[in-house]
Write a protein that binds this ligand. Structure first.
Ligand code: GLU
Length: 313
């Protein structure tokens, strides 16, 4: 539908930290450098952990850095009707089945000798009608509704990633809608909604943290199944905290607001972002857009503390 586009899609569960901001800058750079539109999508599908205030603060912070977006901000929480509709289409195509497994059932199955780690073993995929009836009744008696899974027909799907190249990752019968307590519809799963959101906006370039590289196969498979263009990916290395683990809020002053309170202010944060991408002399994102060369970008994870100057030059 729309022209080519990229996006940044934060989950609004707190202020963005330096690592999130760096990924956002990269998503914006990759999109703008290739003449794409750039959208912001608030991933607030997880009703327990998301807040509108947090989303608003994240948007303010991204704009304060100099990142600009096209169109309206998209909120997943406003798109539930659309997700229902696509679920209905998949149901009509016979591609959805109920899964009665508890977390414990899946753990037990995963410990079997031939199990592949992290892969749903297909326990509920081919139940006969009588077994299905029995399990459905047991689940209802426990006050639960079953989850819904996608009936897939491949074990792996290959995507193109700017850094990882042709990258094959696992596909299994992943969850489309979570189970829940009777009377409460379960949340739609991230792997489902993200594909519909990207497809509906014509997103053909996805830049995000490389912790999500392994979900790209499932998502691209579903995009293809739904008739969307399979996007190309740019999975960028994460920023690490001082202990070598993924940067987290407990690692100190890491959000834009916390860092802006330090000497150097917000301009200092922008300089650190530019420096972390290999441009220590660059002071604004507009300037960065003019000089940034993705082929020169550091491919190894950046460590928050010492990989770049603390002091603005
Ligand atoms: N909402 C996810 C996050 O904040 C990103 C999802 C995506 O970019 O596909 O980690």
């Amino acid at each position: 539908m729309n022209a080519k586009a990229g996006r940044y899609a934060p989950s609004p569960s707190g202020d963005l930290h330096f690592g999130n901001l760096r990924t956002a800058v990269l998503a914006w750079l990759f999109a703008r450098l290739s003449g794409r539109r750039f959208y912001l999508r608030v991933e607030d599908i997880d009703s327990q952990r998301s807040s509108r205030t947090s989303a608003e603060r994240q948007i303010e912070d991204l704009q304060a850095l100099g990142i600009d977006f096209d169109g309206e901000v998209i909120y997943q929480s406003e798109r539930l009707g659309r997700y229902e509709e696509v679920l209905g289409e998949l149901e009509e195509r016979g591609l959805i089945y109920e899964c009665y497994c508890t977390r414990r059932d899946i753990q037990v199955a995963a410990s079997a000798a031939h199990a592949r780690p992290g892969i749903y073993p297909g326990t509920c995929r081919d139940l006969n009608p009588a077994e299905r009836e029995r399990k459905r009744a047991e689940t209802a008696a426990a006050g639960r509704v079953p989850s819904l899974r996608l009936r897939t027909d491949t074990a792996s799907f290959t995507v193109h990633d700017y850094f990882a190249g042709e990258y094959a990752s696992d596909v299994d019968d992943f969850i489309i809608r979570r189970g829940g307590n009777i009377g409460q519809a379960g949340d739609f799963a991230y792997n489902f909604v993200v594909v519909i959101d990207d497809g509906d906006c014509g997103i053909d370039q996805i830049t995000r943290g490389d912790d999500l590289l392994d979900s790209s196969g499932r998502q691209a498979y579903l995009a293809d199944l739904l008739g969307f263009q399979v996007p190309s990916y740019v999975h960028v290395p994460l920023v690490l905290g001082p202990e070598g683990k993924r940067l987290a809020k407990r690692d100190g002053a890491v959000t834009l607001r916390e860092m802006s309170a330090q000497p150097g202010g917000r301009g200092g944060v922008v300089k650190r972002l530019c420096a972390s991408l290999g441009y220590p002399e660059t002071a604004t994102l507009q300037e960065l857009l003019e000089v940034f060369d993705p082929t020169e970008m550091p491919r190894e994870p950046v460590v928050f503390d010492d990989a770049f100057d603390q002091e603005p030059r």
